[in-house]
Design a protein around this ligand. Sequence first.
Ligand code: PLP
Ligand code: COI
Length: 365
Amino acid sequence: MTGPDAPTFDLRPNANPVADAQREKLLENPGFGTVFTDHMAVINYTEGRGWHDARIEARAPIPMDPASSVLHYAQEIFEGMKAYKLQDGGTALFRPEANARRFQDSARRMAMPELPEEMFLASIGKIVETDRAWIPPGDGGALYLRPFMFASEVFLGVRPAKEYLYMVIASSVGSYFKGGAKAITIWASQDYSRAAPGGTGAAKCGGNYAASLIAQSEAIKQGCDQVVFLDAAERKWVEELGGMNLFFVQDGGKIVTPPLTGTILPGITRDSIMTLAREEGYEVSEEPYSFDAWCSDAQSGKLLETFACGTAAVVTAVGTVKSADGEFTVGSGGTGQVTEKMRSRLVDIQRGKAPDTHGWVQRLF
Ligand code: PLP
Ligand code: COI
């Protein structure tokens, strides 16, 4: 990456990287979010000085003062993206500039400084290049990248901080859900909301996930994989899962997804699926869909499929929906044809197996 905002990263290699044989063992079955690479990218921000000291260094614990304001007021944002192995042996990112822009949008909402797009992209490119040996081989695997930024100023007053730390860590991953591509079961939370109008639902800030965890633990107790949130005002409209957007496939070729009203995350997978589904000839509509309609349409057969999508989960069918009032099955309860088609359309582009007609795939090397 070049340009006025592309920083030079000081490369400080890890003196004790994981041995090759041990890394290869870790890559055999990495699961999600437990296997980490040898390095991390770091950039400091200080008010008045701006972004400085961009570096790649050994992944290590962060020394932190107990009065660092993130620990008290949760001024923190993050992103989630993947580096994929291409069919021809190369390595690529998928729409990374969309993550860079969403990171800026999240920063604005949380009164944090915006990291220039070029710095974001350069940090991602550098960490993938440095830790390229950690990209799992095989079709389902990827290097999951987690850029994040938090208020590091040592200060207890309630105001936006004047110092921040931006970092990128990388994790070798396989499938997000145990058991791979099977349809998931979800729990509809009627007691807890994730985000309210005027709140932070459209920002990718840690606080949204903290607010979702009590409902996620309810879901787990109910034997479900994920929680689905309804809107906070009326408790009527389906919004999204704890970490994925939703699509509803109706009889007759119409596909519905909840609109971006500020309470759900504008998913990059969601946006890509809308484009690909239109290309496949479906009518795609961003419109409110009620929980009651979901239940009755599934029972009447008007609704054929429901699927969830996101970077971590890719495209996953929703088979069964449970709530305090009972449960219903969507379609056959397994992965439907449209879900499978949209999953393979997306994955084939990401892996360089199908033409990238939208310029979404950014080859790194
Ligand atoms: N919704 C939430 C709450 C998420 O955490 C995610 C994951 O990032 C998504 C939706 C999907 O977003 P994307 O497709 O950009 O990964
Ligand atoms: C992602 O899909 O990248 C996310 O951030 C979701 C998270 C629940 C893993």
